[in-house]
Design a protein around this ligand. Structure first.
Ligand code: NAD
Length: 316
């Protein structure tokens, strides 16, 4: 299949490089100049696994304005939520009404933006439970061994078609361990809730997921946030993919067993003085709550704390 990855950061590279290795024709479109310059100068991207076995993988990378191919089957979007609107505008000239889009960005907000450019029946979104780090321009680390991590995905219409099955088959060949569901909001919200606990608290306290899980009050902290998010989801008639207890189990498993040494993505943004996606994670739960007259107070408080931390870093 022909894929174009829009956003050749940590996750865009992981998906693109592994889909390319599985035999697909993959292009990358990116706008961060030092990164594109490095990949072009080096003839590809340097990839490591758990910071070992550094090797060069050739990739075709373009700036949005110089990319004009119209023959792509699927566009894969992997940007930070706040980068998406601008990138969609810069890339719109190569979109057409046959293309499908796939995204596993964290948070919520991206789907409404994608629907402004693509048909609802062509939008596939999901969640990726795997960690990847962009170590610097032209350098990416795929955390975990081949086959690490899992992902869930669903059609916006909740009606999988032939193209969706082809995408799932290619993701399977790329060792992403995809599970296709027919519960769009419930699938996406499961990761929003996960991130609203682990990503946010680890970022605020500058700790790994394992260090969070080690704290004896971790379950109580997680439970309060999970309960508040689920209260909102229930009021909004969202059927969550997991029960409350399954969500707690997933938080525990990923933090203790799967990725105990990992600093989540908002921590990485914070430490690089980049804005975090908190408005699309805890902030999204707050906004959902407002729509159903429920005050998600703990999520609102945490959203403020993350912004306070961002603000404090910018002042120093
Ligand atoms: P990323 O920051 O690595 O890359 C996103 C974009 O930002 C790319 O276009 C990249 O070139 C650009 N970029 C990177 N560093 C930059 C800098 N210093 N200045 C300017 N531009 C820069 O993002 P990502 O980790 O690939 O995340 C993409 C989406 O996937 C997000 O929604 C994220 O939350 C989600 N996600 C990430 C992970 C992970 O482990 N990284 C896992 C699951 C989901």
């Amino acid at each position: 299949m022909k894929f174009t990855v829009v956003g050749a950061g940590a996750m865009g590279l992981r998906y693109g490089v592994l889909l390319q290795a599985a035999g697909n024709d993959v292009d990358f479109v990116d706008a961060w100049e030092p990164h594109v310059t490095a990949m072009r100068a080096n003839g590809g991207v340097y990839v490591t696994r758990d910071h070992e076995d550094r090797h060069l993988v050739p990739v075709n990378v373009y700036y949005p304005e110089e990319y004009h191919k119209q023959d792509r089957d699927v566009l894969i979007f992997f940007l930070k939520q706040m980068q998406l609107s601008d990138m969609l505008k810069r890339c719109a000239h190569f979109f057409n009404d046959q293309q499908y889009v796939l995204t596993c960005m964290n948070g919520m907000g991206h789907v409404d933006k994608l629907l402004q450019y693509f048909k609802p029946q062509h939008v596939i979104a999901g969640t990726a439970l795997v960690a990847t780090i962009l170590d610097g321009p032209g350098e990416v680390d795929f955390v975990g061994k081949v086959g690490a991590g899992t992902m869930n995905l669903a059609n916006y219409t909740e009606k999988p078609d032939d193209m969706t099955q082809r995408v799932v088959a290619e993701l399977t060949k790329g060792h992403f361990n995809p599970t296709l569901t027919t519960n769009f909001m419930g699938t996406l919200m499961a990761k929003v809730v996960f991130n609203s606990v682990v990503n946010t608290l680890c970022t605020l306290f500058e700790i790994t997921m394992g260090e969070f899980a080690d704290y004896k009050g971790a379950d109580d902290l997680a439970r309060q946030l999970v309960d508040e998010a689920y209260d909102v989801a229930e009021r909004m008639n969202v059927t969550m993919l997991n029960t409350r207890q399954e969500e707690m189990d997933s938080i525990n498993y990923v933090s203790k067993v799967a990725n105990p040494l990992h600093y989540p993505s908002m921590y990485q943004d914070m430490t690089h003085n980049r804005p975090t996606e908190v408005d699309y994670i805890n902030g999204y739960i707050v906004k959902m709550g407002q729509a159903c007259h429920y005050e998600a107070k703990t999520h609102a408080f945490l959203t403020h704390l993350v912004h306070l931390a961002e603000h404090t870093r910018q002042q120093n």
